[in-house]
Design a protein around this ligand. Sequence first.
Ligand SMILES: [Zn+2]
Ligand SMILES: [Zn+2]
Ligand SMILES: [Zn+2]
Length: 478
Amino acid sequence: MNASSTPGLPPEFVAAVQRAAMPDFARWHEMIKAAGGCEQPIRLRGERLTLDGETGELIESYSTDDEPTGYLITACGNRRASRCAACAEVYRDDTYHLIISGLAGGKGVPERVSEHPRVFLTLTAPSFGAVHTRREKAGRVNPCRPRRDRPLCSHGRPEGCSLRHAADDPMLGQPICEDCYDYPRAVLWNAHAPELWRRLTLAVPRYLTTELGLTHKAFRQQARISYARVIEYQRRGLIHVHAVVRLDGPEGPDDPPPTWATSDLLERALRAAVTEVSVPIPHPGEGSTPHTVRWGRQVDVQAIQVAAELDGIADKHVARYIAKYATKGAEDSGTVDRPIRYPSQISTLEVSEHARRMIWTCFALADLPEYGPLRLRKWAHMLGYGGHFSSKSRRYSVTLTQLRQARADYAAQAARQADGHPKPAPEKPTVTTGRWTYVGSGLLNGEHFWAEQARNRIQQARRIRQQVTERDQSQKVS
Ligand SMILES: [Zn+2]
Ligand SMILES: [Zn+2]
Ligand SMILES: [Zn+2]
């Protein structure tokens, strides 16, 4: 029977059935399940040898020549949900565990850490021009930007907007007048946000030493500030920073904080530091005003509590929030999720007009020698921001690498046992060498269906596991 003539069945389904009929399907299916249903799996060819670390004797060998597929699949590992939903889920899970272990303990962090003063901090960008906004008051949506005498800007456009925008209105976050909007400063703000954050982390201990009358040395002997932070793109294309900031003893989460450490004091220090820090930036051309980058005036600091009933926000809520943003890119602001190589691409990109202007501005500023070090061309698709999406101080909790290693070790051991191999003797040192070549990436014809099915199953299992853990935890609290 010719599959393409099968009546009524979508072609993807027909292709999926054909793929399943191929001799290597069973092994391929196993591999894609092990890769979590990755949407951009990487195909590798090569071999791996495990040798006895002392004698050099071959203990085990593996070659893709022996695989029915002729290749091995590994997950792409992309953090972004827009690029690979499966790998982003894994990343989100890992980030959640990383954050929650720094708040409630676990994964090698003692539970006592939940008694350390900690706050959830949200930092914003200043305004670089009026944008369309949705204003809600007592359940009613108010006009965006009402102006009684309907003034016009110097470009002849209305300065106000009387619309009551819907929550999904694409106009939200877009400037009222694009020619009035200060694009260079908006881009430069995004570009300097990492430095602004760095300076903030230095200013907080400085404030505390002054407030407490301690020397820097005495402070370091008594306390340490740990943090984990993530960035979020707003619709106006500027970033927000969300961070967990914690006061520990000098050795970090294992060490009780000094008696003077309270979340009120931490909040005061953060608020003072946010107002104080700035980054002076070079200004090209004569006659232009010198410019200083600062945080926006909207700052939110909330104490983090073990349970939501107390005054503040719950640790689980914070961890979930941060994990959610860790898998996002700048796409929510209407831009693209991969680098833009040439200016000629910009006019045809499927982005909002506001994002397009931000991208153009990045390319234009990149040519000025003063802004060379900001590498604005490279970060144009990020609207100028070249920092990490999530980061943490060294002693916050476990690292993503530790979590990945634990998962890889577990998977390797499970695979060995499934194959009937004994557990490797832990006292026996082994050396593993591998030689791999890249064959290709992505799913082939008929494979999407199976990858999606694997992904759905894993997601379902993860949801059930989460529900069980949450129920166990709430029973423990009550
Ligand atoms: Zn992937
Ligand atoms: Zn409006
Ligand atoms: Zn204007």
